[in-house]
Ligand binder design. Structure first.
Ligand SMILES: Cc1cc2nc3c(=O)[nH]c(=O)nc-3n(C[C@H](O)[C@H](O)[C@H](O)COP(=O)(O)OP(=O)(O)OC[C@H]3O[C@@H](n4cnc5c(N)ncnc54)[C@H](O)[C@@H]3O)c2cc1C
Length: 532
């Protein structure tokens, strides 16, 4: 069973504990920290109020079901879960098994004046699924039982899934037939195909497979105004695309029940490699040239010097890292070096040629290619980072991220300001913040900028929340100032909503609101999210 107050499964045996050297490194950056006290599940359950939901065969009003579908994975969510002070709860959780069940619950919600929140895997990091306080009972619709591969058209390479299927099940069911979707957000283990569409997600290998926008071919959506079947076309010039209206709709317009995705045969070969550049500037220039020259890579990630140093320190293999550092220094990548991780996926010939051309450009920018050994490590631990949050939490350290996407001409200055503003956000409180950044999801025109920040928990939950708010605002304001999108992949939810008008404009926001109203005139679908 899923952990009720963190990431992963109750029985998983991943080692959350930080090594002594990792702890010492973090302590040196932000100071000694003290953990906050965790509430027990029993404490938290004792605070679940009596349900206001009318009875229905598909709705559970069990306190534990309600608690387990109440929050996502943002820092405010973690603070709520860990303190046991959730604030608001859904009054019931519905577990539909078919699209007809979903339509039945929506009609029930309409007849009984209920609020409805669609829930995929609950991996939101922006407050997407938190119930708003209010007089109307709230029903969360958990999509977990709609979790099957329903059809696979091999000729057209289109698979139809129940929207509540989790990432590993998507790949396991396709692999039996020799196919893959190739969509790997870092939350892959616990997020769903419906959630990916509803929040416009992006996977680590979007260079080869594309973001969810490219993969989502059509499907079925239940709305308060009836059912929408979106047919699949390889392409169409017949007016605006209905798929686009629902991608990023964040549960405001309807419930995606069936998702048709574009799949491909499993590639013959896939490998990941690492190189180091002597500086951030040389790394940025090289990666821009690599992407703009059209190499057939499946992923690229350039860590800045602080992220490179942090990753090497937290890797835990001190002796090997020391040897690597010595070798890199000899080859001209010493202090200030930046780590470039990249992957090639495809036929053997395609991979060979992509590697050869990429190595040529790495060499042109004095990068040091180190082969596939560290790349294998990355592949092995690519979904492990979310578990690290537990190890940090246990010693009173909080980690969060800010991400955006900008044109190449805006990237360098935006990185400097995002990092500086986040690092200084707690200076009035005399608190140090450890900030580091990577570029990933590369496009010809620009790339996504992803900054991670680590800070000490406050003396209590309220102080920790205040610290987080200052850090989040500092990062978001820097993004807006530089003309970046408020989110490249995490969506809007509650936390990013105040910054959305800056990118959509007054008329744009009005258009989104009116679209929501068309499908949901009474405002009962996930109110307060996306466009409050
Ligand atoms: C550790 C971690 C790493 C992450 N890494 C990535 C990443 O690499 N890339 C990325 O894109 N995101 C990432 N995320 C964010 C998150 O995982 C994505 O937004 C994901 O797409 C959410 O999917 P979900 O199924 O968990 O949806 P939920 O969190 O359950 O819901 C998200 C939103 O979608 C709506 N929704 C869900 N299912 C449906 C449905 N069937 N019909 C209508 N609306 C629905 C909900 O109402 C809500 O508004 C990460 C999150 C965490 C915690």
């Amino acid at each position: 069973m899923r952990l009720w107050n963190g990431w992963g499964d109750e029985k998983n045996n991943l080692d959350f504990e930080l090594s002594a050297s990792s702890r010492a490194f973090i302590e040196q950056r932000i100071g000694k920290s003290t953990p906050l006290a965790d509430a027990t599940l029993q404490d938290a359950l004792s605070r679940v109020p009596v349900s206001r939901s009318p009875e229905h065969r598909l709705i559970s009003t069990d306190a534990e079901d309600r608690l387990r579908h109440c929050r996502g994975q943002s820092i405010p969510d973690w603070l709520a879960m860990r303190s046991g002070d959730f604030g608001t709860f859904p009054d019931g959780v519905a577990f539909p098994e078919t699209s007809e069940d979903v339509q039945e619950i929506l009609s029930f919600a309409q007849d009984n004046d209920l609020i409805v929140i669609p829930y995929g895997g609950g991996t939101s990091v922006c407050g997407h699924i938190t119930p708003e306080p209010g007089d109307k009972p709230v029903i969360t619709i958990a999509m977990s039982r709609m979790n099957k591969l329903m059809a696979l058209d091999k000729k057209s390479q289109i698979a139809t899934f129940g929207a509540g299927i989790l990432g590993p099940d998507v790949e396991a069911q396709l692999a039996k037939e020799g196919y893959t979707l190739g969509h790997y957000p870092q939350s892959w283990e616990l997020s769903t195909v419906g959630g990916w569409v509803a929040s416009r997600s992006s996977g680590q290998q979007s260079l080869r497979y594309g973001r969810i926008e490219k993969l989502f071919a059509g499907g079925r959506i239940e709305t308060l105004k009836g059912t929408l079947d979106i047919p699949t076309f390889p392409a169409s010039s017949a007016g605006p695309d209905i798929r686009e209206m629902f991608m990023g709709s964040e549960g405001r317009m309807g419930i995606i029940t069936e998702v048709k995705v574009r799949v491909t045969p499993i590639a013959e070969q896939e490998r990941f490699y690492v190189a180091f550049f002597p500086s951030w500037e040389s790394g940025m220039q090289a990666t821009r040239e690599i992407i703009q020259s059209g190499q057939q890579l499946s992923m690229m990630r350039l860590s800045n010097a602080t992220e490179t140093e942090t990753h090497l320190k937290l890797a835990g293999h001190e002796r090997v890292v020391n040897l690597l550092n010595r070798y890199l220094r000899m080859r001209g990548a010493g202090e200030g070096k930046t780590m470039f991780t990249f992957g090639a996926t495809g036929s053997r010939d395609q991979c060979k040629s992509a590697l050869k051309l990429t190595r040529k450009l790495i060499g042109k920018h004095r990068g040091v290619y180190t082969g596939s050994l560290i790349g294998k490590q990355w592949e092995h631990s690519r979904f492990r980072a979310p578990y690290l949050r537990h190890g940090l939490w246990d010693v009173g350290v909080i980690v969060d991220t800010m991400e955006t996407c900008l044109d190449w001409s805006s990237v360098p200055a935006a990185v400097v300001d995002m990092e500086a503003d986040i690092a200084n956000a707690l200076s009035a409180d005399k608190e140090d913040v450890h900030v580091f950044t990577h570029l990933s999801h590369f496009y010809g025109q620009g790339c996504s900028v992803y900054s991670t920040f680590i800070f000490r928990a406050g003396s209590d939950y309220a102080e920790t929340m205040e610290r987080w708010k200052k850090l989040k605002a500092a990062g978001a304001e820097a993004i807006v100032r530089h003309g970046g999108t408020i989110s490249h992949q995490h969506g809007v939810g509650i936390d990013h909503a105040p910054y959305l008008p800056a990118e959509k404009g007054v008329l744009g926001i009005k258009a989104i609101k009116e679209l929501c109203q068309l499908f949901d005139p009474d405002g009962r679908m996930n109110p307060g999210k996306l466009v409050p």
